[in-house]
Write a protein that binds this ligand. Structure first.
Ligand code: MGD
Ligand code: MGD
Ligand code: MO
Length: 774
């Protein structure tokens, strides 16, 4: 069936309201409601037997790694039933559903129809069950064999003018084994165009930490939480996005740690925690987590940190040696004098205005920081997705260095990573700016010349496709259309391509907004049994704290037509590179062979096959953890940053796009955001009551949102205003509904991460006759 040329599918989630209900925000996270919620998801999607089996293997030493977040598993006391959390259970239910989408589904359902559904409805359709091909101009995917699918991609790749006209994206669930093979194939094919989700996520952390400490990863281990004096948590919502972190915070608290949270919203998970895995938690006894909560303005963190440092210096001046670790500073760092001079030159009243925290509060916090020798700083997207993110993270490092609070037990950096193997993918070489050493090693091991020029990152890829400079887009997982900024611009970019290919577990909008031709390649997920050559295989992943461990699926796959990601790369490589220097068949005989090649090319993987078989895995080397800094001078670096704040006009607000409690990135599990008291609706905008009044808006009134970056108008229609406890001039919407407003041209300095937490918008009453809420 041909497409109706007049109504092409809309790349945005539909502007349909679903029936908002509100309650008061919760004071305590987890507890019995969390257990009930996870049970509903797991057993609803999978049935009792499959559900119980999945939960019993989740995050156990011989089981599979949770496909949710990258928080590490405890080395010792894992809960015998399941080391799980509510949102881990939802991630599994989503992946291990028994509903499947085969050729008959796509015959029945046109692309135009599927694109008219919400992301929630699309996700609930089921698991992709066989390879599908979309011919040019068609509105229905058709079945295709794996062999023909590989041939089709190979034909496209081999007729490009240059390999740099192809783009190979990666989302962060891909195992180490598949990621290594993928980058190997892409580099033998001839390009470094390997953007990944990290470009939109913790790239700012990687850049800031590499520059200052010589390693782009965090330095702490889980045990450090149990012996620290102070934990600072900025721009992170662990109750929703890393629920198992709450158990670590609970234990830290019991051992006497102090917790300071910095966030424009009072996130429930940072307030109180009912541990559902302990009897006390089940009975309703909760642990209060945060001691001081700083309700900072959006993007006010750099000013906050600089103000605190000024106050710390006052204390040091009064009692020299009481705050700064002079010995550490002298032996291990560089740049202290100019840094201190810079901080002293700043005007504290400006800093206070920018962060919005009164001096009295700041003085209290400075007293605490001054008196606690061992400190851990945790952060996530609230810090990384702004224009000045890299400098803000460097300011955090400055504070740790002043106190010598790194490279020793109970102290250090903790960027809390997102996708379950996003860190491992980078370690395996999924990076558009590969280090020379990696390319040298590939050349030595495989005897081909890898391309030496840097490739496109995510934003550069979008622009290249938009300008017609890239023509084939291949995605190893993820949902590129919906996760990236400026939805309509990105849609145009993908539609310009000759071919778009998605290796996926679940249907999403990136299958529906596509190139002239398109392919869906269905793959095994974490929970699925992966059998190669008659033998059950395991893969390996690296968590947020640099532990590499194994993960083995335990459920029968929903279809016998699914291939592992590793098998897909091998099939594609063989079809595309007939004279390849790599023995791709051998890798599929046993994944140990892949691990041998990883060991040969990537530092830190000595005796990989033995080490990965240790039940709890093994730690990768980490210079900052060992108090040595792999920078050009061998010293950790103090950095000087001007405090920059987005200046807003009277009618403008600064918007952060955040996750609800019922989603994993673009996968929408449900319509509730239970902890924030928002139910059955995602098209909401949280605003301060004063900002409602100054715009003459009533609570729950319908509005349209506008962004005008670079002189272009971007509109997101039909959002419901909610008067909410959020600082003035700040507002919040959910990702991905609001991505249409995030300008592709607004990115962080040095990391090029889209500024998804600093979107300048205007809010206007909804223009329509039918302004009623359903
Ligand atoms: N269940 C579930 N788990 C997930 C995910 C998921 O979607 N669902 N996503 C995974 C991924 S890929 C990632 S990267 C992580 C994301 O984990 P988070 O970073 O926790 O996710 P966000 O919802 O983006 O939350 C950002 C938090 O930062 C705050 N914030 C926003 N702007 C600012 C600011 O300027 N300053 C400060 N101090 N705070 C700010 C927001 O109020 C919010 O609490 O979670 C991972 N885990
Ligand atoms: N406005 C705004 N935009 C953002 C963010 C934000 O906070 N605000 N956050 C950014 C961040 S932190 C991130 S990490 C990105 C996320 O960007 P992506 O990683 O691209 O997006 P996801 O929604 O995680 O991808 C979900 C899809 O991955 C596929 N999938 C799931 N598991 C597997 C698997 O095991 N293998 C394969 N091959 N496919 C699988 C499924 O088909 C599913 O539909 O989004 C970014 N975009
Ligand atoms: Mo992320």
């Amino acid at each position: 069936m041909k497409k109706d040329k007049n109504t092409p599918p809309n790349p945005e989630p539909p502007e349909k309201l679903t029936g908002l209900k509100t309650g008061s925000p919760k004071k305590t996270a987890a507890g019995i409601p969390a257990v009930i919620s996870s049970a509903q998801h797991v057993f609803g999607a999978m049935g009792l037997g499959r559900g119980l089996k999945a939960l019993a293997h989740l995050n156990q030493k011989s089981g599979f790694d949770c496909p949710g977040c990258a928080w590490p598993d405890p080395d010792d006391d894992r809960s015998p039933m399941a080391e799980y959390c509510e949102n881990g259970a939802k991630a599994i239910a989503e992946e291990a559903t028994t509903k499947k989408l085969d050729a008959s589904f796509f015959k029945k359902n046109s692309i135009s129809y599927l694109a008219s559904l919400s992301d929630y409805e699309i996700g609930k359709k089921g698991r992709l069950a066989q390879p599908m091909f979309l011919p040019q101009g068609a509105d229905h995917y058709e079945e295709i064999s794996w062999e023909d699918a590989f041939k089709k991609i190979a034909d496209h790749l081999n007729t490009l003018n240059h390999p740099d006209e192809a783009i190979f994206y990666t989302s962060g669930r891909t195992s180490n084994e598949a990621a290594f093979l993928y980058q190997l194939f892409v580099r033998e094919y001839g390009t470094n165009n390997m953007p990944d989700c990290s470009n939109m996520c913790h790239e700012s952390s990687g850049v800031a930490l590499t520059d200052t400490l010589g390693i782009g990863k965090g330095s702490v281990k889980l045990e450090d939480f149990y012996e620290t004096d102070l934990i600072l948590i900025l721009g992170q919502n662990p109750g929703t996005n890393h629920p198992r972190m709450l158990s670590a915070l609970e234990k830290a608290k019991k051992n006497g740690a102090y917790i300071i949270s910095v966030n424009p919203l009072l996130e429930t998970g940072l307030l109180n925690f009912n541990n559902p895995q302990h009897l006390k938690g089940v009975l309703g006894f909760s642990t209060s987590l945060t001691d001081i909560y700083l309700q900072v303005k959006i993007n006010g963190d750099m000013a906050l940190l600089q103000a605190l440092t000024k106050l710390l210096l006052n204390r040091e001046d009064q009692a020299p040696g009481s705050v700064l670790d002079h010995d550490f500073i002298e032996k291990k760092t560089e740049g202290i004098d100019s840094y201190l001079a810079h901080i002293r030159s700043l005007d504290i009243s400006n800093l206070i205005a920018q962060c919005g925290i009164p001096l009295g509060e700041l003085e209290k916090v400075a007293d605490i920081i001054a008196s606690k020798p061992k400190m851990i700083v945790c952060w996530a997207m609230g810090l990384t997705q702004h224009k000045n993110s890299v400098n803000t993270i460097k300011e955090l490092v400055n504070m740790l260095l002043l106190k010598g609070s790194i490279g020793k037990p109970g102290a250090g950096t903790c960027p809390v990573r997102g996708h379950s193997n996003v860190q491992g993918d980078r370690t395996m070489g999924i990076y558009e700016k590969p280090p020379k050493s990696l390319l040298d090693n590939l050349e030595k091991e495989f005897h081909f010349s890898p391309p030496r020029k840097n490739g496109y990152d995510t934003v550069e890829s979008i622009k290249a496709m938009h300008q017609g400079e890239a023509k084939v887009f291949f995605a190893m997982g993820g949902n590129f259309l919906s996760a990236t900024p400026d939805t309509l611009y990105t849609a145009q970019a993908l539609q310009n391509c000759a071919l778009t290919v998605q290796v996926s577990t679940k249907l999403n909008r990136s299958h529906l907004i596509h190139g002239k031709e398109a392919l869906i390649l269905p793959c095994l997920g974490r929970t699925d049994k992966d059998i190669q050559n008659g033998e059950l295989q395991f893969v390996s992943v690296e968590n947020s704290m640099g532990i590499v461990h194994s993960s083995m699926g335990s459920l029968p796959p929903v279809s016998d037509q699914l291939l592992s990601e590793a098998a897909i790369v091998c099939g594609l490589a063989k079809a595309t590179l007939p004279n390849s220097k790599v023995n791709w068949d051998r890798y599929l005989q046993h994944y140990d062979h892949i691990r041998d090649s990883i060991e040969a090319c990537i530092p830190g993987f000595n005796n990989y096959n033995q080490q990965v078989r240790q039940p709890a895995g093994f730690y990768l080397p980490n210079c900052a953890r060992d108090n040595s800094y792999d920078t050009p001078t061998g010293k950790a670096k103090f950095s000087i940053s001007k405090s920059e704040y987005v200046s807003l006009e009277e009618k403008e607000l600064l918007m952060m796009t955040i996750r609800s409690h019922d989603q994993f990135n673009t996968t929408i599990y449900g319509l509730n955001d239970r902890y924030r008291g928002i139910y059955h609706e995602r098209r909401v905008i949280l605003m301060n009551e004063k900002d409602l009044q100054s715009r003459k808006l009533k609570n729950k009134e319908l509005v349209d949102l506008y962004n005008y970056h670079d002189g272009k108008e971007r509109i997101a229609k039909k959002f419901i205003v909610l008067s909410y406890n959020i600082p003035e001039k700040c507002c919040a919407t959910y990702f991905p509904e609001a991505n249409v407003l995030v300008p592709v041209g607004s990115t962080a300095d040095f990391s090029n991460t889209p500024t998804s937490k600093s979107v300048v918008i205007q809010v206007k009453k909804h223009k329509s006759q039918e302004s009623e809420i359903n």
